[in-house]
Design a protein around this ligand. Structure first.
Ligand code: HPA
Length: 245
């Protein structure tokens, strides 16, 4: 039975090593997920894969139907979700195309459908979100990285911004003062929705650029693409070394 879902981010719309067994179109009470779910075997492990920006990377971060995506994955019976995401590096100690595993998150997004608990409630529900990422799944990622001989930085704080524009230098200064080490646009509400559905959730982030104001000049999209390619190859390697719990 499939117990692990992988949500692909920018630069990871397909998993080359995935031996696809079937695809499933899912309709949810919250609308359509980003695309049909792909089931298959990844190096002997049953997984279900969903690229959050859609198959052709056409859905911007603020337009992703996070509720439909998480609901569709939950419906398959999986209990664990690994998310992959490209981010900008705020802290100087994070290298370009390096991998980092967040253990905390700060949410700066707005106006996104961010909860399953808003209509037809029998009672108001507040989920605990002290530790937004599953320690067990973060360990699984660390072990896979060690097996793949990949350097990963552990215990970083992810600042989730609205996008689709990148940040101003002052906004990045503020995020750094708040304690964020990386910045991305898709970490929330995804992590919180996973928690509401009682799914274990962890993320692996790829630093594809220095965040605004953290390098000379402007953010160069051509180098970002190049860094993304290098980083996502590392992610593929890491995912191929996952050892099922
Ligand atoms: N900011 C926000 N999201 C991002 C960035 C960034 O600099 N790089 C990749 N995703």
């Amino acid at each position: 039975m499939t117990d692990l879902a992988i949500i692909g981010g920018t630069g990871l719309t397909t998993l080359r090593a995935l031996e696809v067994t079937r695809r499933e179109v899912v309709h949810t009470p919250f609308g359509e997920p980003s695309c049909p779910l792909t089931y298959g075997q990844l190096c002997g492990k049953e997984v279900v894969f969903l690229p959050r920006h859609g198959p052709g990377h056409t859905i911007p971060p603020h337009k992703i139907n996070y509720r439909a995506n998480l609901w569709a994955l939950h419906r398959t019976g999986v209990t664990r979700v690994l998310a992959v995401a490209a981010v900008g590096g705020i802290s100087a100690h994070l290298g370009i195309s390096e991998l980092a595993i967040p253990d905390q998150i700060i949410d700066y997004t707005w106006g996104r459908a961010h909860t399953f608990f808003e209509e037809d409630l029998r009672q108001v529900t507040h989920v605990d979100f002290t530790y937004p990422y599953s320690a067990e799944l973060r360990n699984l990622l660390l072990k896979a990285a060690a097996a793949a001989e990949l350097k990963v930085v552990d215990r970083i704080t992810y600042g989730a911004t609205q996008g689709p524009r990148l940040e101003t230098a002052a906004e990045i200064d503020r995020l750094e003062r708040d304690g964020c080490h990386v910045v991305g646009m898709t970490g929330m509400p995804e992590a919180a929705l996973a928690r509401e559905l009682e799914l274990s959730y962890a993320a692996i982030t790829v630093i594809v650029n220095r965040a605004a104001g953290r390098s000379e000049g402007l953010i160069d999209m051509a180098s970002l693409e190049q860094n993304l390619k290098i980083g996502m190859e590392k992610v593929r390697r890491l995912l191929e070394h996952l050892i099922p719990l």
